[in-house]
Design a protein around this ligand. Structure first.
Ligand code: UDP
Length: 323
């Protein structure tokens, strides 16, 4: 099979490339390197079944050409990372909505199946835990930048489902919860690579708010396996799936576990949200996926626990930046 992956030089996209190439398929990556990086795909450049184009998924002409050469499309190109979203709201909204419009329109012309990567952010402030795919989305005021991201991804989902219902385009929506692993950068806010970098440099770990907020972290290799298997399942077409782990941890506990794993003397610095992000920033207290739907569709469940994830990220940072 020939796969097109938009955003394929990003953290998740590059791991998805590894997964699909490992299964014997051909992969073409389209990435504008805005948050992705050549470093993420350098190891694939000599692979005979791998190609890449450095350009934008906003270009209809280019996307049309690449879709034409593909059997299946993964649309992962998006502005991600809470810090980036708060700092660059125009880019976030425009990238997330426009590129998805282009990809779906071109895929629809050729009836090529598309997986749209969405996010657990769409559940917003909902406290109906664990989050079910059919549950309500609870977003905040339009003056709070974070909700622009959630809303832009919800629009992507609406559009994908509309193409399925109205134009019979086979689509799958994957709502990715906190995904972690080697190659993820902390530059756009993600907490585990930031904590690991801070701990290995003997700096204080920056815990935002009280650190009582809780998250579930899933290893990127578990996530990419889910993404690959979802597109093989006819029953998944037109459906939305949560993809994430249910192992919850508070951010403060996470900081202690990273410090322990790195055997460092780092302290913990509590940073108020207003200082970390912007005035009026709203964080989610808890975020837990209900994964029964994906489990019954493809038998998926995560295989790597939090200790394995932290260990893997620490190892990858140690190899990349000797301390
Ligand atoms: N966080 C933190 N320190 C950091 C970066 C993030 O305490 O240096 C917190 C953040 O406020 C959130 C959690 O860690 O409560 C997860 O943040 P991340 O940006 O990784 O993902 P989110 O769940 O917010 O999408």
């Amino acid at each position: 099979m020939r796969y097109l992956i938009t955003g394929g030089a990003g953290f998740i996209g590059s791991h998805l490339s590894d997964e699909l190439l490992g299964r014997g398929h051909r992969v073409h990556v389209l990435d504008d390197l805005s948050t992705g990086s050549m470093d993420n795909i350098r190891h694939l450049k000599s692979h005979p079944a791998f190609e890449y184009t450095i350009d934008t998924a906003a270009s209809s002409r280019l996307v049309a050409e690449l879709v034409d050469d593909a059997d299946v499309v993964y649309h992962l190109a998006a502005a991600v990372g809470v810090e980036l979203i708060v700092e660059s709201p125009v880019r976030t909204i425009e990238t997330n909505v426009h590129c998805t419009e282009v990809v779906l329109a071109q895929a629809s012309k050729k009836k090529k199946p598309v997986l749209i990567a969405s996010t657990s952010e769409v559940y917003g402030k909902s406290d109906a835990l664990p989050f079910r795919e059919e549950g309500d989305l609870t977003l905040g005021a339009t003056s709070v930048g974070r909700w622009a991201y959630a809303c832009s991804k919800a629009v992507d989902e609406f559009l994908a489902i509309a193409y399925w219902k109205e134009r019979k385009l086979p689509i799958v929506v994957a709502r990715l919860f906190n995904t972690v692993g080697p190659r993820q950068t902390g530059r756009y806010g993600m907490v585990i690579p930031r904590f690991v970098r801070q701990a290995l440099a003997d700096q204080a770990l920056t815990v935002y708010g009280t650190g009582e907020q809780r998250r579930c972290f899933c290893h990127v290799q578990d996530v990419t396996r889910a993404l690959a298997d979802l597109m093989l399942n006819e029953e998944a077409r037109g459906e939305v799936f949560n993809v994430g782990s249910s192992e919850e941890v508070s951010i403060l506990d996470l900081a202690h576990r990273v410090i322990r794993e790195c055997s460092t003397e780092s302290e913990i610095a509590f940073i108020p949200y207003d200082e970390a992000y912007e005035d009026g920033f709203e964080d989610m207290h808890r975020r837990v996926p209900d994964t029964r739907k994906i489990n019954s569709a493809i038998g998926w469940e995560p295989t790597v626990g939090l200790d394995g994830i932290i260990g893997d990220v620490v190892d990858s940072h140690r190899t990349a930046v000797p301390v």
